[in-house]
Design a protein around this ligand. Structure first.
Ligand SMILES: C[S@@+](CC[C@H](N)C(=O)[O-])C[C@H]1O[C@@H](n2cnc3c(N)ncnc32)[C@H](O)[C@@H]1O
Length: 325
């Protein structure tokens, strides 16, 4: 796959993705609670619905642990992982709309515009989730063909239904032809941004919306995005961040730190939305994101603050091969 000069769209390594899907289905793909660090560990604890189950039974005489896991145990999940999104998939769209005050749609439209799509272009939407960016791409350019990848089968199931309801032809990345779905079509598949199951330079543009924050190895994901995009192709990263402005920034920070976790918990009935606040605060500032893009072979063109810096749209262009800094 990596380093291949073939232009085949056929996933060359969809099997790891498919394996991830199966693992998620088993509940086995969830990372152990102990692997989360710092704020993430706290978020993982918050995300674990049954923390009491993690306690070991200890023999009172020997002190030895009789710790065979109980069959009812729910494995802890890595905050931000596909397994975490599996849990909140059904509520995700509503929460997105409410927590972003409906602004998420506008931000996605701007992302699509930044990709400069044309009819016949092949586009990859990473961390596609429930497919809102992928569908916005098709609305923005009806002749494009879009591939959406995400590690959460539950989020993808919602994307599939939504696309079908809107009359979009949907297939899987496994069944898509060599050149991807036909114009106006969408192919969906399970996969992670750090290990893209595609040959080099098969896409004209790649985007990721509200996803890079969740990727453990962001630089690797950016390198993969550069690898699968033709030289000169556009890369767009839409991501939430900590607003830094004095006055309106303070209001936005209040929204992120006070309103989002409370409203998220209230509406979702889940505590996963604490993770949102923490991951936003932990996301690197715009100049660091631009440097990461640069190191990954992407020439940064723009880091555009949206809505008082609540969100940033990073746009770049893939350098010719070998031109990475
Ligand atoms: C906040 S949602 C964003 C969904 C969608 N892009 C949107 O605009 O609404 C984040 C998505 O990132 C996905 N994700 C988590 N880890 C990932 C990884 N390593 N690679 C790609 N996607 C990942 C999750 O499964 C989830 O669907």
């Amino acid at each position: 796959m990596t380093g291949s000069s073939s232009r085949s769209m056929e996933p060359t390594a969809t099997r790891p993705g498919a394996a991830t899907a199966r693992a998620h289905a088993d509940g086995a793909a969830a990372a152990a609670l102990g692997t989360a660090v710092g704020a993430d560990a706290e978020a993982a604890a918050a995300a674990s619905p049954t923390p009491g189950n993690a306690r070991e039974a200890v023999d009172p005489r020997s002190g030895a642990s009789a710790a065979a896991p109980r069959p009812t145990e729910t494995p802890a999940v890595r905050p931000g992982s596909g397994a975490m999104f599996d849990r909140i998939a059904r509520r995700y769209d509503l929460l997105n709309r409410v927590l972003s005050l409906g602004l998420d749609r506008r931000w996605r439209r701007l992302t699509v515009a930044a990709l400069e799509l044309r009819s016949g272009r092949r586009v990859l939407d990473l961390a596609t989730g429930t497919g809102d960016l992928a569908l916005a791409m098709l609305r923005g350019c009806a002749g494009a063909s879009v591939v959406g990848l995400d590690p959460s089968p539950a989020m993808l199931a919602i994307a599939r239904d939504k696309a079908s309801r809107r009359g979009v032809r949907v297939e899987t990345t496994e069944t898509a032809t060599e050149t991807g779905p036909e114009a106006g079509g969408l192919a969906l598949g399970v996969g992670e941004a750090e290990h893209l199951p595609f040959a080099d330079r098969v896409f004209d543009a790649v985007a990721i919306a509200f996803g890079l924050r969740n990727v453990p190895n962001r630089e690797r994901a950016l390198r993969e995005m550069a690898r699968v995009t033709r030289p000169g192709g556009r890369i767009a990263v839409l991501e939430l961040g900590e607003p830094r402005g004095p006055l309106l920034g303070r209001v936005a920070r209040l929204h992120i730190h006070v309103i989002v976790p409370r409203l998220g918990a209230l509406l979702s009935g889940a505590r996963e939305y604490r993770y949102l606040e923490k991951s936003i605060a932990a996301f690197p500032p715009p100049d660091e994101v631009a440097r990461m893009m640069e190191r990954s072979g992407i020439e940064p063109l723009e880091a555009r603050p949206l809505t008082f810096g609540v969100c940033h749209l990073f746009v770049g262009r893939v350098r010719p091969q070998g031109a990475a800094c």
